[in-house]
Design a protein around this ligand. Structure first.
Ligand SMILES: Cc1ncc(C[n+]2csc(CCOP(=O)(O)OP(=O)(O)O)c2C)c(N)n1
Length: 654
């Protein structure tokens, strides 16, 4: 029966790809046997309760094989993946998008398609399980993370970061099934790789074994074995792409285009599948539904365990899974804002961020921090945070190593898993090293917080390789990402509060290495950064010019305002820590902030993007190219980012 159940997946994949004349039939046909074994014998899931927190997680990292997942979701009884949805594969508004998209249908744990990302996410999911188990015990958190990955996932650089982190942390409940079919788009994988993957995984601390990916008993034995391992496990499933297709099996021709009518007819014959397209035999459906129903008992038993837990544990677990901010965390935020306002420290915003974390961490155990080997520079580790190790997952801080991409993908996995709010640090310039994952945080709508310090030429001597100039613009271009650039300690605390409050949006804090003067003396109930931009200093009489600034340049704008005042020019200064939030405000507010007077913007970065506020005729003081290696004050002078320059730019407009 397993074979016929797998053939149902093959038939649905062929038929859906044929119907839409688009998609990838080969991978689902090749991995159908392995997926059938996994879903019928091992994976704990409940289509009636897709969000059951202790379900096993399944990640289709080879997202181009999306039909494999959709067919399984349909057959196991997920209500929203109807046969109609399969017939509308890849059509506008269908749940069965080209690649699996989190949120489009229940049972899709994460968005995949950019190869390797799913594998990276799975490391975060497996880590999240360990962290929750350390706090809540096996009764509430005890599940596996299974991945299907292809050659492409393993070739991508991100896989190295993911694998090596998982091996180091001994994420023993992470099990990867590799679709070892020797084929990618250009042809045989021998065109481009000759790596010994088993040796590679072993070297990273994994168990690695190979099986015939069409032998269901061998697959089951390998998965059983992997579940008992003390290390993460790779199972190389040797498969034939488009298994069953008479001429295209085993060839790249089956990868990314419909098989065509005659090849499909031939496949049906070979497989002994006599049903017409999208028709499923009752007995096969029944077996699949039974596999889907397996989890009902498990999820109810789990629910009983939660219900019988003590009230405090129950409430805390539920709060964390819902992603609600506790009153204790709110109080800590209020306190740290008030403290920043009253003490008015002249510190770098990275340090101000560190102060926020020192206050927050004890009150917010769900906050899991880390850095890609720049902990001391990013100020990401709170004093109270214990380091998470392979032997002890009860801590709150992860040394991700020099693996920005792996860190970001793992954070996406943790956020997608639920129960955790991840943040992680690096230098702003290295957002380039993890941009694909940042983009996916945004696309999926995950609360992931990027703490990116050394945010301009203000970092000084490390020079242009380390000085971001185009990064703010590039990050602001990503939809559904809040880019914050706070100007002082109070704004930093406010921006942290806003980032934590976004349940469906990632945030990035761009923070200075260098000290900045305190600008805000009020740190009360009103979060001024919440509107994205606000008038920090108004003109005493009618404004003649408005200066827009972010982060470390807000103090320059204020100094320029003083210079202008000496020349009897009335200038207002607008602090603009978050463009995206400002753009969401109503027109009246935006107009009131920007005013009617000519506009000058100052930001130690490229002008790119600023024209939307200042217009093509507006003044801009910032960078026009790469930075240089020198002490920060010399660089600001050298590149002309000074109060005098802002003053001149303003004078040129009034
Ligand atoms: C980062 C990234 N680069 C390129 C692609 C385009 N692409 C989709 S599938 C694929 C080949 C993948 O080969 P493999 O994982 O062996 O899948 P199979 O051919 O076995 O289905 C490529 C290059 C992608 N989806 N993501």
């Amino acid at each position: 029966m397993l074979r016929r159940m797998a053939d149902a997946l093959r038939a649905l994949a062929m038929d859906a790809v044929e119907a839409s004349q688009s998609g990838h039939p080969g991978m689902p046909m090749g991995m159908a046997d392995a997926a059938t074994v996994l879903f019928t014998r091992f994976l704990n899931f409940d289509p009636a309760k897709p969000d059951w927190p202790d379900r096993d997680r399944f990640v289709l990292s080879a997202g181009h094989g999306s039909m494999l997942l959709y067919a399984i979701l349909h057959l196991t009884g997920y209500a929203d993946m109807t046969l109609e949805e399969l017939k509308r594969f890849r059509q506008l508004g269908s749940r069965s998008a080209g690649h699996p998209e989190r949120g489009h249908a229940s049972g899709i744990e994460t968005t995949t398609g950019p190869l390797g990302q799913g594998l990276g996410n799975s490391v975060g999911m497996a880590l999240a399980e360990r962290i929750l188990a350390a706090r809540f015990g096996k009764d509430l958190a005890d599940h596996y993370t299974y991945v299907i990955a292809g050659d492409g996932c393993l070739m991508e650089g991100i896989s190295q970061e993911a694998i090596s982190l998982a091996g180091h942390l001994r994420l023993s409940k992470l099990i990867v099934l590799w679709d070892d079919n020797g084929i990618s788009i250009d042809g045989g994988t021998s065109l481009s790789t000759s790596e010994n993957q088993l040796a590679r995984f072993s070297a990273a601390g994994w168990d690695a074994t190979a099986v015939d990916g069409h032998d269901t008993e061998a697959l089951a034995a390998a998965i059983s074995e992997a579940r008992t391992s003390v290390r993460p496990s790779l199972i190389a499933c040797r498969t034939t792409i488009a298994f069953g297709a008479p001429t295209k099996a085993g060839s790249a021709a089956a990868h990314g285009s419909p098989l065509g009518a005659s090849e499909i007819a031939g496949s049906r014959q070979r497989l002994g599948w006599t049903e017409p397209p999208f028709v499923l035999p009752d007995d096969v459906v029944q077996f699949w539904r039974e596999a889907g129903a397996r989890g009902g008992k498990l999820s109810s038993a789990w629910q009983k365990r939660l219900d019988s837990a003590d009230a405090k544990t129950r409430a805390e677990f539920s709060r964390r899974v819902k992603g609600e901010i506790s009153p204790e965390a709110r109080a800590a935020l209020a306190q740290v804002k008030a403290k920043a306002a009253s003490e008015a420290p002249k510190i770098a915003t990275r340090q101000a961020s560190g102060n926020v974390l020192d206050a927050l961490a004890p009150a917010m155990p769900e906050l899991i921090g880390g850095s890609a080997d720049l902990t001391g520079s990013n100020n990401t580790k709170a004093k109270s945070q214990k380091v998470i190790t392979s032997k002890d997952f009860s801590g709150g801080y992860i040394h991700y190593g020099i693996r920005e991409h792996g860190m970001a993908a793992a954070m996406n996995g943790m956020a997608a898993h639920g129960g955790i709010i991840p943040y992680g640090g690096s230098f702003l310039v290295f957002t380039d090293y993890c941009r694909p994952s940042i983009r996916l945080s945004a696309l999926m709508g995950l609360r992931v917080i990027y703490v990116m310090t050394h945010d301009s030429i203000g970092l000084g001597e490390d020079g242009p390789t380390h000085q971001p100039v185009e990064h703010l613009a590039a990050l602001r271009a990503i939809p559904n990402l809040l880019v914050f650039r706070p100007s002082d300690a109070v704004e930093t605390a406010e921006c942290w509060e806003l980032a934590l409050d976004q349940s469906k949006t990632p945030s990035l804090l761009a923070l200075t290495r260098q000290s900045v003067p305190p600008l805000r003396k009020d740190g009360g109930a009103e979060n001024k950064c919440a509107r994205g931009a606000y008038v920090l200093a108004e003109g005493k009489a009618k404004r003649q010019v408005t200066i827009l600034a972010t982060g470390s340049e807000v103090s320059l704008a204020l100094a320029a305002r003083d210079l202008l005042a000496q020349k009897k020019i009335e200038a207002a200064v607008v602090s603009m820590p978050c463009w995206e939030l400002f753009d969401r405000q109503d027109e009246a507010y935006r107009r009131a902030v920007l005013g009617e007077a000519p506009l000058v913007a100052v930001e130690a970065a490229l002008r790119f993007g600023w024209d939307r506020y200042i217009g093509p005729k507006g003044g801009f003081v910032g960078m026009t190219g790469f930075g240089a290696s020198a002490p920060a004050p010399d660089l600001y002078k050298h590149f002309g980012i000074t109060a005098e320059a802002v003053c001149s730019a303003a004078l040129a407009l009034v």
